[in-house]
Design a protein around this ligand. Structure first.
Ligand code: ZN
Ligand code: ZN
Length: 93
């Protein structure tokens, strides 16, 4: 295996570089058949359009819960941990 390629790939991913119009998970084209996730705003192919499939399952569950229960604003600086950004990325780059 060429470790160097993995490093470059990881670096590119960390920059958020990816090709538009491609599913971030499997690189399938989303221009014809695609769906934009309402949580992460990314375009996914039909196979990965569901939030649970591409890594937005937590957001989907939270949204489902907060829909019934209003979020309470304390006005204090948010100490809440950042939303998990562990999306299931494929090997697009
Ligand atoms: Zn996909
Ligand atoms: Zn998403």
């Amino acid at each position: 295996m060429h470790a160097g390629a993995d490093v470059v790939d990881a670096a590119l991913k960390s920059l958020g570089l990816r090709q538009p119009g491609l599913c971030p998970t499997c690189c399938a084209s989303t221009k014809v058949l695609g769906s934009v996730c309402r949580f992460c705003r990314e375009s996914f192919c039909l196979a990965h359009a569901q939030a649970e499939v591409h890594g937005c399952g937590d957001a989907a569950h939270k949204a489902g819960r907060s829909a019934a229960r209003k979020e309470v604003s304390t006005g204090a600086p948010s100490k809440a941990p950042k939303a998990q950004q562990s999306k299931a990325r494929g090997l697009c780059l």
